[in-house]
Write a protein that binds this ligand. Structure first.
Ligand SMILES: *[C@@H]1O[C@H](CO)[C@@H](O)[C@H](O)[C@H]1NC(C)=O
Ligand SMILES: *[C@@H]1O[C@H](CO)[C@@H](O)[C@H](O)[C@H]1NC(C)=O
Ligand SMILES: *[C@@H]1O[C@H](CO)[C@@H](O)[C@H](O)[C@H]1NC(C)=O
Ligand SMILES: *[C@@H]1O[C@H](CO)[C@@H](O)[C@H](O)[C@H]1NC(C)=O
Length: 412
């Protein structure tokens, strides 16, 4: 394995500490409303798709009945546009009474009864991005307590309608306020995305201490262009971003859009593979009631999920950018294993990429290879040249087990 990279990664990861709430030791997984359902509040004309308790109940039913929960997809997360335009008489946020007649606590109980968790959305500012009541500095304590009283399990804290000075106060304050409630609540901070995502404006050491995950970059949209702009930004800035990630603290390149309208099957595999390499939170934003089996199989791929959820929590890197348009990504995994992704930026035909594990900096030995999306396996010596055929905008993804030397190797 590329030992120089591994040493670098481990040296840098021990310098930062995670938010001490014991949560999200592996990247959180679940479902989040925003990309697919946005701020659709028209429950009269569009009752199936509007932001209402029915939508979250429907998704909870699918997660618990269609095999998602067992794979780790347990969060059901509300995004913007859930609240009433007015706070209640005690100054607390309250859900829109028509769209959430049962209230948020009842919805949380519905999740908990099924082994799921409920996430909610707030905004560090005067208003949410959609124009609903925000959580300015003087409302942080009361809102944290309200979420805890409702038995909410996670908060996504957006940053519209606040300036950088307020954000520098508000994001740490909310972290403290959540802790003070005594309820473990996963904390997703949109702060760095509002500050350009890079030092010196963004302090990743501090983020790791106060947030479990953070959005570094712009919102994902339902298109391949959007996925590619995110991938480009995250891997161009990997030297800054990879040391920030680890158990309890994750970079968040935003939702999985697999199962919607914008990605082909190859592009869907690419998003799944690269999100696994990035140790990214896996929040699907799609319609689990109507998702097709191709998209479902990609999202439910056990080996891709296993790579994403590796307990060491080391974020992977791009290790090669070939002139041919092939790029190679690598992530170290526990048990001396690793993951490799061969990705093609080409737009002509499947490209036959020839290389060897030795050329990819693997040490001497024989490696058992599992192909994540075809379920095939084989044994490769570090010195053996091989060819992978990578579809346009697609990937080949491998789980590479620990090396064995040639004397104790078993060919099975
Ligand atoms: C609050 O923080 C303390 C100290 O960092 C930690 O021990 C505790 O588990 C935290 N509690 C919650 C609910 O996050
Ligand atoms: C970043 O945050 C850490 C932890 O809060 C702090 O010790 C450090 O001084 C900060 N770095 C900069 C450059 O402000
Ligand atoms: C991983 O490899 C290192 C050095 O190559 C070795 O010392 C260690 O025992 C291995 N760990 C496992 C779990 O195989
Ligand atoms: C191969 O493995 C065996 C048993 O683990 C060990 O004794 C031997 O030294 C190894 N050989 C090489 C060349 O690493």
């Amino acid at each position: 394995m590329p030992s120089a990279l591994l040493v670098l990664a481990s040296v840098l990861t021990v310098t930062t500490v995670a938010l001490d709430n014991g949560l999200m030791r592996t990247p959180p997984m679940g479902w989040l409303a925003w990309e697919r359902f946005r701020c659709d509040i028209d429950c009269e004309q569009d009752p199936k798709n509007c932001i209402s308790e029915k939508l979250f109940i429907d998704m909870a039913d699918r997660l618990s009945e269609d095999g998602w929960r067992e794979l780790g997809y347990v969060y059901v997360n509300i995004d913007d546009c859930w609240s009433s335009m007015e706070r209640d008489k005690q100054g607390r946020l309250q859900p829109d009474p028509k769209r959430f007649p049962g209230g948020i606590q009842k919805l949380a109980r519905y999740m908990h009864d099924r082994g799921l968790k409920l996430g909610i959305y707030g905004d560090m500012g005067t208003h949410t991005c959609g124009g609903y009541p925000g959580t300015p500095l003087d409302k942080i304590k009361i809102d944290a307590q309200t979420f805890a009283d409702w038995e909410v399990d996670m908060l996504k804290f957006d940053g519209c309608y606040s300036n950088s000075i307020e954000q520098a106060q508000g994001y740490p304050l909310m972290s403290k306020a959540l802790n003070a409630t005594g309820r473990p609540i996963g904390y997703s901070c949109s702060w760095p995305a509002y500050q350009g995502g890079l030092p010196p404006k963004v302090n990743y050491t501090q983020l790791g201490e106060i947030c479990n995950l953070w959005r570094n970059y712009g919102d994902i949209q339902d298109s391949w262009d959007s996925v590619m702009s995110i991938v480009d930004w995250f891997f161009e800035n990997q030297d800054v971003l990879t040391p920030a990630a680890g158990p309890g603290r994750w970079n968040d390149p935003d939702m999985l859009i697999i199962g919607n309208f914008g990605l082909s099957m190859d592009q869907s595999r690419s998003q799944m593979a690269l999100w696994a390499i990035m140790a990214a939170p896996l929040f699907m934003s799609n319609d689990l009631r109507t998702i097709n089996s191709g998209a479902r199989n990609i999202l439910q791929n056990k080996m891709a999920i296993g790579i994403n959820q590796d307990p060491m929590g080391i974020q992977g890197r791009r290790i090669l950018k070939e002139k041919s348009g092939i790029e190679v990504f690598w992530r170290p995994l526990s048990k001396n294993a690793s993951a490799l992704v061969f990705f093609s930026r080409r737009n002509d035909m499947p490209y036959r990429y020839q290389t060897s594990l030795r050329k990819l900096s693997y040490t001497t030995g024989s490696y058992k290879i599992f192909d994540v999306f075809t379920d095939k396996s084989m044994v490769l010596k570090d010195s053996t040249d091989f060819v992978v055929s990578v579809n346009p905008t697609g990937v080949v993804m491998w789980y590479v087990s620990a090396p064995k030397n040639d004397t104790d190797m078993e060919l099975t």
